[in-house]
Write a protein that binds this ligand. Structure first.
Ligand code: WTA
Length: 643
């Protein structure tokens, strides 16, 4: 966003949804308790987080809750010793959770594997031992380039258990992207699979690792290969080992490494929607406290839950909401190997009914993709086990929200729109199941989190105006640094502009009731005839037209107005683009948002460029229009999507 003014917010949402009375009665946090939590957190934020920390197990407690002497390099729980894996596994096997399912995995061909907490604990110990035998020590980085398999979770936990730092790379990335990520973190070992199933095909993975390691990933000593599919696999003598061989002789019981609360847990590249990816570092202590408290509050975890977050493990949602959060909470987490539309557009709903999923958390872009195929697909399955829905990743918009709420949640399941980032580690802004909801709003900051919407001087903007979203006080799961050359300056810069407040890079507005609305990334703000608008608002307006499945809007240069909006539209199944439809859509958006919004042109497309984590890469569309260089495209999803 240009540092000149605030934003205009033209859309108004008046619909309000309240939770069913029974749900309020059964909720872990009821409305009175939520008010009490908020009050406590406002009065004594450190005390609030200290109580959350007390719910977990530590080898040694902290000297202080927060050391801010070197701000913005905050240190949470200094002096404390812990291991997040102890809290994910060891703690549970002392309780009734021991024989409860920790992990359910479904392969794309329909095969399935299940692990109790005890079984997962023993598997993790064996792989931890194998890593040690292969020379991995505390502080070493391990690259994990894996499809969603149980061994991916096992590898993450096995690293953390011995104090090694994991760095995941999505299994769809090219050899070149993998090589640069391995180099970025100086990985000592790579964990991969021979192949995996995706969209009915067997995709070979190991050859990509071989290619990445040729000519320039000298830090890597060994590669561990998980056997998933029957393919011929070249193994390099002395460097490559089969997973089954390395774990065979390892012990099933071994203590976790005692870590300092601020020792690194993992490195993770951001999704790169707004520019070149940054390498975010999270640590054992604060991350564990923040993720555990927010996930249990937002998703109201019950002993009987089957929790399915559909995110790939290779991005932050996979870390916090597939692996660490659910296991800290002692719930059953589900992962699925394959494509959401394989063999057809009901696969997700098939899995929900097959396992009786109770909490379903997914990306708004995935819902939009599935919406295109119509409600007859969810109607083919019994979805009555669902009690909560969640969304993340991009502004969902009222239309998609309502579709998800009605067709998947029967109009009974609260839909929790969670706002957070790789950098924040944990949910920051989100309703709880007992909250009043407005479709498309992320509602309010969670207790213990404080945010504001500000103009370029840092002053709060009035209700109805958009501005920059900032976090005004440190939170426990905040990144503990940005890794690599220049990381320290990048980190400092995120806190510098507004004197210690964290600049999220998003634009948002707050309505008269105090509800927050995310308007998109600040790089995606358009300035049309003096009106500054978030891309999300325009896109949501397009999506209220029944012919539109997906929309992306970018600003392109315009002689008269300075900038004009260009829209890229994916139509619902069965609709064809035409000049009449283009004019109809232009008029529709003007009716929705007002006459100031002039859409210069509409282009119909089969699909939109997205990152592998499902975010629209608007800068790719914009640069194609203006001829500028789109920069780093390593996170672009170039899979032949069936959409
Ligand atoms: C966007 C994903 C609107 C936002 C956990 C943020 C959202 C970026 C929402 C971080 C939401 C995430 N509504 N926008 N509920 N959640 N975003 O690092 O722009 O992959 O800054 O973390 O996604 O993406 P990241």
């Amino acid at each position: 966003m240009e540092p000149s003014a605030t934003l205009d917010s033209l859309a108004q949402e008046l619909r309000v949804f309240r939770p069913l009375p029974q749900l309020v009665v059964e909720a872990n946090v009821n409305p009175q308790e939520l008010v009490a939590f908020r009050r406590q957190a406002e009065r004594d934020p450190l005390g609030y987080w200290e109580e959350a920390a007390d719910e977990l197990d530590w080898y040694r407690k902290w000297d202080r809750v927060l050391d801010d002497s070197d701000a913005p390099f905050y240190r949470w729980f200094p002096g404390a010793r812990c291991n997040i894996v102890y809290n994910c596994l060891d703690r549970h096997i002392e309780t009734a959770n021991k024989n409860k399912l920790a992990l359910i995995w479904e392969g794309e061909p329909g095969d399935s594997r299940k692990f109790t907490y005890y079984e997962l604990y023993r598997e993790v110990n064996r792989f931890s031992g194998a890593l040690r035998t292969l020379g991995v020590k505390k502080g070493d980085r391990v690259a994990i380039y894996m499809p969603p398999l149980p061994e991916t979770v096992i590898a993450m936990l096995a690293c953390a258990r011995i104090g090694a730092v994991h760095a995941l790379t999505f299994a769809g990335f090219s050899a070149k992207a993998l090589r640069s990520r391995i180099r970025d973190v100086d990985a000592k070992l790579v964990v991969t699979a021979d192949a995996f199933y995706r969209n009915g095909q067997i995709i070979k993975l190991k050859p990509i690792v071989d290619e990445a390691l040729v000519g320039g990933a000298d830090s890597v000593d060994s590669v561990v290969v998980v056997h998933r599919a029957t393919v011929e696999t070249d193994m390099q003598e002395g460097r490559d080992f089969w997973y089954d061989d390395v774990v065979r002789r390892e012990r099933r019981e071994a203590p976790a490494e005692v870590m300092d609360a601020n020792d690194p847990l993992f490195l993770l590249h951001t999704s790169g929607a707004a520019g070149a990816p940054k390498i975010v570092q999270h640590s054992h202590g604060g991350y564990m406290v923040g993720v555990s408290r927010t996930l249990t509050h937002v998703f109201d975890i019950k002993p009987t839950d089957i929790f399915w977050c559909t995110a790939d493990l290779g991005w932050i949602t996979g870390h916090s909401a597939v692996v660490y959060g659910p296991l800290l909470a002692g719930t059953t987490t589900l992962i699925y190997e394959g494509h959401p539309n394989y063999p057809q557009a009901d696969r997700m709903w098939n899995i929900v009914s097959k396992y009786g999923v109770t909490v379903f958390y997914t990306a708004s872009t995935l819902i939009r993709m599935l919406m295109r195929f119509g409600p007859q697909y969810p109607r083919m399955h019994d979805l009555s086990s669902l009690r909560l829905l969640g969304t993340v990743g991009e502004p969902i918009g009222a239309e998609t929200w309502l579709w998800f709420y009605r067709h998947i949640g029967r109009g009974e399941c609260p839909l929790l729109d969670t706002w957070w980032q790789t950098e924040t580690g944990m949910f920051m802004i989100s309703p709880l199941p007992i909250s009043i909801l407005k479709p498309g709003s992320v509602t309010r900051a969670l207790p213990g989190v404080e945010v504001d919407v500000v103009d370029r001087e840092g002053a709060s903007v009035p209700p109805g105006k958009g501005g920059l979203l900032v976090v005004t006080r440190p939170w426990p799961a905040m990144m503990t640094g940005l890794y690599g050359p220049g990381g320290e300056e990048q980190y400092r810069a995120a806190f510098a502009r507004f004197h210690g407040r964290y600049l999220t890079g998003d634009v948002a507005s707050r309505d008269e009731d105090g509800f927050l609305w995310i308007l998109g990334r600040s790089d995606d703000v358009l300035n049309i005839a003096g009106h500054r608008l978030g891309a999300a608002e325009l896109e949501n307006a397009f999506r209220t037209h029944p012919a539109v499945a997906e929309a992306a809007v970018v600003g392109v240069p315009d002689k008269i107005r300075g900038e004009a909006a260009k829209a890229f539209i994916v139509l619902v199944e069965g609709r064809k683009g035409s000049t009449e439809l283009m004019v109809e859509l232009q008029n529709h958006v003007r009716r929705e948002l007002g006459p100031v919004v002039v859409i210069k042109s509409v282009e119909f497309r089969e699909s939109l460029p997205k990152t592998r984590s499902g975010k629209i890469l608007r800068r790719v569309l914009k640069c194609a229009e203006t001829g500028a260089d789109p920069g780093d495209l390593s996170t672009l999803d170039d899979e032949d999507a069936p959409e």
